[in-house]
Design a protein around this ligand. Structure first.
Ligand code: NAD
Length: 314
């Protein structure tokens, strides 16, 4: 058994646990541990692996006298106090690429469900209604897809869309025109994308520059009857502006996996017939979760051993 001791507080798929076992690393699986119990036991551990539930607060870090690394099994690190971790010299790592395929496939699923009205067709049939003559969908083939945020997920969606015969235009704050072209996209400005796209899919993080980047002003520049997909983060779209545009018909339909407030209970937007909604499940495939658990375990072990890190966030 190695000297390291790892605490798991939000569960970990068997793939990650098998890596720890094969390397004789001691770990305690305390899935669902209460915050007060975490404060009591954290001093025993060299590493902590969490998902989004556990709050790694300054108080937790203050008690973590042996802690060298916190691993976030997934992407978002908003549940970890990065400043406090930095001050304490605790490394923070995540597993950002594990969910890329899952989210990209989900964006395509939303796009297809939207144009073929799959949810209406299915719920109709379950209620005994045969919408054969009412549902006349559209094809993706030949349409222009505007990808906002052409990083890992956005460029993957772009490549899937090309396989459907779509033209892919992309806007990204950082990616160079060459990088966008390399991944099969045509680089355009934000306004050009809004004006030219038949479909717009969002794949940016939520930051000061992306909050409400799809607002009433941006929507006004879009084609009439445009369709919008977001599996990025709630807050990138101004939901009030989106609802108004669905009601006026400016936006023909939208499909969202993420919301400004989650869960978005009693939201008139979610109830709108031209909106398809899923409960932030973009990254939730069994394959992605296995991949994330292996990635985070390997990254945490690398941090403990002082090896080079791929995904250090603090
Ligand atoms: P990434 O960092 O690879 O790509 C994001 C891209 O957005 C980058 O290329 C960046 O330059 C660009 N960008 C940032 N600010 C921008 C701006 N103001 N305008 C234009 N482009 C901008 O990240 P990724 O792995 O592709 O993830 C993208 C998003 O997907 C993130 O917000 C992430 O949180 C979200 N996500 C959602 C789920 C889900 O379950 N729905 C799961 C994982 C990730």
């Amino acid at each position: 058994m190695s000297a390291w001791k790892i605490l798991l507080t939000d569960g970990l798929s068997d793939t990650g646990k098998a890596i720890l076992t094969s390397k004789n690393i001691a770990f305690d699986d305390k899935k669902g541990i209460e915050a007060k119990d975490l404060l009591e036991c954290i001093a025993d551990y060299d590493a902590l692996i969490v998902r989004g539930r556990t709050k790694v607060t300054p108080e937790v870090l203050a008690k973590a006298s042996k802690l060298k690394v916190v691993g976030r099994c997934g992407v978002g690190v908003d549940n970890i106090n990065l400043e406090a971790a930095k001050e304490k010299g605790v490394i923070v790592v995540n597993a950002p690429i594990a969910t890329t395929i899952a989210v990209a496939e989900h964006a395509m699923a939303l796009m297809l469900a939207m144009v073929r009205e799959i949810t209406k067709a299915d719920s109709g049939l379950k209620a005994g209604i045969w919408y054969k003559n009412e549902i006349k969908g559209n094809e993706l083939y030949g349409k222009t897809l505007g990808v906002i945020g052409f990083g890992r997920i956005g460029s993957t969606v772009g490549s899937y869309a090309k396989a459907f015969g779509m033209k892919v235009i992309a806007y990204d704050l950082v990616a160079t025109p060459e990088q966008i072209k390399e991944h099969g996209g045509e680089p355009v400005s934000f306004d050009e994308l809004l004006q030219k796209a038949d479909f717009i899919t969002l794949h940016v993080p939520l930051t000061d520059t992306t909050r409400h980047m799809i607002n009433a002003g941006a929507i006004a520049k879009m084609k009439d009857g445009v369709r919008i997909i977001s599996a990025a983060r709630g807050g990138v779209i101004d939901e009030i502006a989106l609802l108004q545009a669905l009601e006026s018909g400016k936006i023909a339909s939208a499909a969202l996996d993420v919301f400004e407030k989650e869960p978005p209970l009693d939201s008139p937007l979610v109830k709108h017939p031209k909106l398809i909604a899923t409960p932030h499940i973009g990254g939730e495939t069994q394959e992605a979760q296995k991949r994330a658990s292996a990635d985070i375990v390997n990254e945490v072990l690398a941090a403990l051993e002082g090896e080079p890190l791929r995904w250090r966030v603090a």
